[in-house]
Ligand binder design. Structure first.
Ligand SMILES: NC(=O)c1ccc[n+]([C@@H]2O[C@H](COP(=O)([O-])OP(=O)(O)OC[C@H]3O[C@@H](n4cnc5c(N)ncnc54)[C@H](O)[C@@H]3O)[C@@H](O)[C@H]2O)c1
Length: 322
């Protein structure tokens, strides 16, 4: 089967690519585990850290280039659509966010529908579809985003639901929580500080945390997320049910708990590399994020998050050491 990952050079996309190459199989349209014969990693950036593999093809290009995208997804049995302008970027440039996140996704849906293969499509939505800082988000919470990024993700979820209802494709949207710890460089996501306070000290660098130490947020490790992505891809559509957008579980942790785990696993000198200076703009935004996620629907489907801050930090420390 042919599998495509848009945004495949990114943090999550490149992990999914490596996992798929190692796993070798995915459920096809009929739900039968089938060998992956071709994996296309498509991104505007050059993919790094992907293994040499005869099944792998990397394509560098713009997700809104219809002719190129048509060639990339031609004959695809499964598509993981992760290419996106992320939260801070979409807020800074409304038209860029609309073009890539909304128009680009609609273009992809039309190309997949025209192809007539009814491929499985996994879409990376976000907790940003919610806006309420009241604390808990659950499967019944009505999404009312107050960011351009959240609005764009929610529009795409609805389109994917509708194309699926019409039988044009078999889509699933996953509302990712903040995924940490992100290696490499920070991106423009508003949540990037939570990765910075672990990644930078582990690398021996100092960093400033822009929110107070008792600030709580909800997280999932990349390890848990990749497991969830494969599971959701392989679900039978009737087991996923309706709506096609699925809230994912996330663990509630404070900045302090993350730093305690850093100290336990790396040492007090690592913790000492983190200082605090509240950035009121960042803090005001963080305070609007949910701090408790009750994702009963995902849990019933066997999707799990990390147990605590220690597990999140360990996921990163172990990978960095390897
Ligand atoms: N990481 C998180 O905490 C998180 C949380 C919620 C949702 N998400 C979503 O998950 C997806 C993957 O996120 P990530 O953390 O890997 O981000 P990332 O920035 O590492 O990856 C996104 C990739 O998309 C590519 N891209 C951006 N614009 C493009 C374009 N016009 N054409 C082609 N490629 C383009 C980028 O080059 C990048 O490699 C995104 O859709 C993001 O919105 C991520």
């Amino acid at each position: 089967m042919k599998v495509v990952i848009t945004g495949g050079a990114g943090f999550i996309g490149s992990r999914v690519a490596r996992t798929l190459l190692a796993r070798g199989k995915l459920a096809n349209q009929a739900g039968v585990q089938t060998d992956i014969s071709e994996l296309v990693v498509f991104d505007i950036a050059e993919a790094q850290n992907l293994p040499e593999d005869s099944r792998l093809r990397t394509v560098v290009g713009e997700a809104t280039d219809r002719a190129l995208l048509a060639e990339v997804v031609d004959g695809a049995d499964s598509v993981f659509h992760f290419a996106s302008v992320v939260s801070g970027g979409a807020e800074a440039d409304l038209q860029l966010g609309l073009r890539v996140n909304l128009d680009g996704t609609r273009m992809l849906l039309d190309l997949l529908a025209e192809g007539g293969q009814k491929p499985r499509l996994v879409f990376s939505s976000s907790l940003a579809v919610y806006s309420d800082g009241s604390g808990e988000v659950n499967d019944q919470t009505v999404p009312t985003p107050k960011s351009s990024y959240g609005v764009q993700k929610l529009c795409c979820e609805h389109l994917i639901g509708d194309y699926s209802r019409r039988g044009l494709l078999d889509g699933r949207s996953m509302r990712f929580p903040t995924i940490a710890v992100r290696p490499g460089k920070a991106n423009l996501a508003n949540s990037s500080f939570i990765s910075n306070i672990i990644r930078e000290p582990v690398a021996g660098r100092e960093t400033v945390c822009p929110v107070p130490a008792d600030t709580e947020i909800t997280l999932m490790s990349p390890g848990r997320l990749i497991e969830a992505i494969i599971k959701v891809h392989d679900l039978d559509a009737k087991d996923l049910g309706w709506p096609k957008a699925l809230l994912l579980p996330a663990v509630r942790v404070s900045v302090n708990q993350m730093l305690d785990a850093l100290e336990d696993q790396v040492g007090p000198e690592a913790r000492a590399r983190v200082s605090f200076a509240t950035d009121e703009k960042v803090y005001a935004m963080v305070k609007t994020w949910p701090i408790e996620i009750r994702a009963n629907r995902a849990t019933a489907l066997g999707i799990e998050t990390d147990a605590d801050a220690a597990e999140i930090v360990a996921d990163f420390v172990t990978e960095s050491a390897g």
